[in-house]
Write a protein that binds this ligand. Structure first.
Ligand SMILES: Nc1ncnc2c1ncn2[C@@H]1O[C@H](COP(=O)(O)OP(=O)(O)OP(=O)(O)O)[C@@H](O)[C@H]1O
Ligand SMILES: [Mg+2]
Length: 298
């Protein structure tokens, strides 16, 4: 089944002035507009999602909506299932032996685990960037041309796609004179932007990022954060982060997960609450969120 293509008109945003409180300064610092309480337009949805690794149930009962052209941050303690859920959004869990997703994960209303949906097509629409930059052992050019070449573009088209993707990933100026150099020879921050460019090159709709700045220094991190804001004009982004300041700085919405013990004393992950980032940080509805935020954002 063909998944619907997305159009790419660009909505403009206006900054909103916040209060003087520290968190709000962070939240407002980048001038993201305040998202509406209700999600107007969703791109992906989870309903009753449970994820198993063999007999072990890692995640229980997640209902979550991802808003279009917004940045949604997943936060929560280690082992609560953030990466597991992120991988469920593009069927990356299919590649892990024993992993199984129950419930519904839909993309523009289509169940991506449906029997007639091609997982490769899902991963093209819903791309992924990992914690550790993972360029292919190929030239910068070929790292980006790899996907589009498989899709059958001509050399001229590939040249354009490579340039456009690098421009969008804010890397073009740094590498335009050395496209034949190996991607592994770039700095960590450049490699991560190369991986983002590679993801963009196949024209995705959603970009999943699992702690994309975890291995980067503050300057490279800040470049990636700026880039995320640029990208959110055209793409829908879901980011896992351990850094509360980062979640507050970059995201429009935040989903807080935690790990709890079941009746047998086995840990499982669950979603506690999700909403506009400012609300989750300033007026969390659940005590577990309040405790986590205040502990991490003191
Ligand atoms: N490939 C796997 N096989 C078996 N169990 C796994 C696998 N990957 C994750 N798990 C388990 O699933 C649970 C959730 O793991 P996951 O990696 O999604 O957590 P996380 O929230 O991303 O943690 P972290 O913040 O440390 O990255 C953990 O108990 C973990 O041990
Ligand atoms: Mg993880």
């Amino acid at each position: 089944m063909l998944l619907p293509e997305q159009t790419k008109e660009k909505p403009m945003t206006t900054a909103e002035i916040g209060t003087s409180e520290q968190v709000l300064r962070v939240v407002d610092g980048f001038g993201r507009p305040r998202p509406s309480e209700r999600i107007e337009e969703s791109v992906m949805q989870m309903r009753g999602v449970q994820v198993f690794y063999g007999d072990y149930q890692a995640v229980r009962d997640v209902d979550l909506t991802i808003a279009r052209r917004e940045i949604t941050a997943f936060i929560g303690p280690s082992g609560c299932g953030k990466s597991t859920l992120l991988r469920s959004f593009n069927r990356m869990n299919d590649l892990i032996p024993g992993a199984r997703v129950v419930g519904e994960v839909s993309y523009h209303g289509i169940d991506i685990y449906g029997h007639d949906v091609d997982p490769i097509e899902v991963r093209r629409r819903v791309g992924m960037v990992f914690q550790k930059p993972n360029p292919f052992p190929k030239s910068i050019y070929d790292n980006i041309a790899y996907g589009p070449r498989v899709l059958g573009y001509t050399k001229k088209e590939l040249d354009d796609i490579v340039e456009q993707s690098l421009v969008r990933a804010a890397l073009w100026d740094e590498v335009k004179d050395k496209l034949d150099t190996g991607g592994m020879a770039l700095s960590g921050g450049q490699q991560q932007r190369l991986c983002i460019a590679r993801c963009i090159a196949v024209n995705p709709d959603v970009i999943l990022m699992d702690e994309p700045c975890a291995s980067l220094d503050p300057i490279a991190t800040s470049k990636i954060e700026d880039l995320m804001h640029e990208l959110a004009r055209e793409y829908t982004i879901v980011i896992v982060t351990h850094n509360m300041q980062q979640a507050a700085r970059v995201s429009d919405r935040t989903a807080f997960f935690t790990a709890e013990l079941d009746e047998q004393g086995v840990r499982y992950g669950r979603l506690v609450e999700a909403g506009p980032t400012r609300d989750i940080f300033m007026t969390p509805q659940d005590q577990r969120t309040a405790d986590y935020i205040s502990g991490r954002f003191g």
